[in-house]
Design a protein around this ligand. Structure first.
Ligand SMILES: Cc1cc2nc3c(=O)[nH]c(=O)nc-3n(C[C@H](O)[C@H](O)[C@H](O)COP(=O)(O)O)c2cc1C
Length: 354
């Protein structure tokens, strides 16, 4: 089956050069009337779009806007060039029902039989081009947003050994570089499992506070959303939100859930060291995204308002409605948009996020 936007059967570099792929010929007219919904506090026609990942450059972001996705997140960038993990990166993950994180050490079958697969792996290692290349490209993506549409710049810092100060400084530099593109909204990826699953920055509240303070020092009033992994612990989530809610515009949840991916003979499915576990997205993690959004919404009730962006396993309009029902202000779909590029228009026309 052909995937839309990002083609899992091609390398990341091929996708960068030749994509986007698999989109319908007809583009969608922008709706009449003023945008009534909001994302990152900015008026949009529908508070629905594609999160960091499938939109690897400006051509992809422009295509998302043309096909009715009113919020497009430019795939996470860094302060310097960073290689992509070896191909393949996106395999079909064969899970029946929900992926349970407590069984993350139990092997899950993953292979290239992508036809019909509603859960996939995401193992890229957050590749980045040099800012000299991605900054003008991200500026072009910003310019591609029509009225009632929003381009969000996603970024993260890069670890240089264990130097905590250097990590804070690198995040601040990345934020400044994104702000220089004219992006009106930003997302800080604190949750990439490819940086080492046990070591996610979002689980280190004092570390996050230092990073967010430095980032805000660079970007001022540009609305900043923190992208989170799934938190098993309510206390840890409450601690992170309590320490950062006055600093940020909101939170996006979730990134992927980790799983140990094996081929049909039980061998590691993705080639290379450190890739025995990889992030899973799509249908199998929907429960975890809904659960995090519900918990973030409850925390919100106990203090000042913040925005909640729901991500994970949104494949249909009904999934969008479910996320809105547990408190998501904005809803995003990566795997679902790759399976059905008409989802943006369907959500916009339904008014589910207006
Ligand atoms: C191909 C692909 C690449 C991704 N790259 C990133 C990334 O660079 N930064 C990030 O924060 N999330 C990344 N993600 C995670 C998505 O933003 C999202 O959190 C996750 O896929 C769950 O949503 P879904 O079930 O709709 O796919 C990526 C996902 C996919 C499918």
């Amino acid at each position: 089956m052909m995937h839309a936007f990002y083609d899992p059967l091609r390398t990341y570099e091929e996708n960068l050069v030749a994509g986007p792929f698999g989109l319908p010929d007809a583009v969608v007219d922008p709706p009449a009337g003023s945008p009534a919904a909001h994302a990152w506090g900015v008026p949009v026609h529908s508070a629905f779009g594609i999160p960091a990942g499938p939109l690897v450059n400006a051509a992809y972001c422009a295509a998302a806007f043309r096909h009715g996705f009113d919020v497009a997140v430019y795939k996470t960038v860094r302060t310097g060039p960073h290689p992509c993990h070896p191909f393949p990166n996106t395999l079909a993950v064969h899970v029946k029902g929900d992926l349970d994180p407590s069984t993350a050490r139990r092997p899950v079958l993953a292979d290239e039989r992508l036809a019909g697969a509603t859960s996939i792996s995401n193992s890229f290692g957050v590749p980045s081009r040099d800012p000299d290349v991605w900054q003008p490209d991200m500026a072009a993506a910003v310019a591609a947003a029509g009225e009632g549409q929003l381009l969000v710049g996603s970024f993260q810092g890069t670890r240089h050994g264990g130097d905590a100060q250097a990590l804070v400084a690198d995040h601040a530099t990345a934020a400044r570089l994104v702000a220089e593109t004219g992006a009106r909204a930003m997302e800080l990826n604190l949750s990439c499992p490819n940086e080492g699953t046990g070591d996610l920055l979002c689980f280190d509240t004092p570390g996050v506070v230092r990073v967010v303070e430095a980032v805000k020092g660079e970007i001022g009033d540009v609305p900043l959303v923190l992208k989170l992994a799934y938190f098993a612990s309510d206390d840890a989530l409450a601690s992170l939100v309590g320490a950062t809610r006055d600093l940020v515009h909101g939170y996006a949840a979730i990134n992927t859930l980790p799983a140990r991916l094996v081929d049909e003979r039980g061998r590691q499915a993705l080639p290379g060291e450190g890739r025995d576990t990889a992030g899973v997205c799509g249908r199998a993690i929907r429960w975890a995204g809904l659960d995090m959004v519900a918990r973030l919404s409850r925390l919100r009730e106990a203090g000042d308002w913040f925005e909640v962006v729901g991500v994970g396993g949104v494949l249909t309009l009904a999934d969008v409605v479910a996320y809105r029902g547990v408190g998501a202000d904005v809803v995003m779909s990566a795997t679902g948009a790759m399976l059905d590029p008409r989802l943006g228009t369907a959500v916009r026309e339904s008014g589910a996020t207006a």
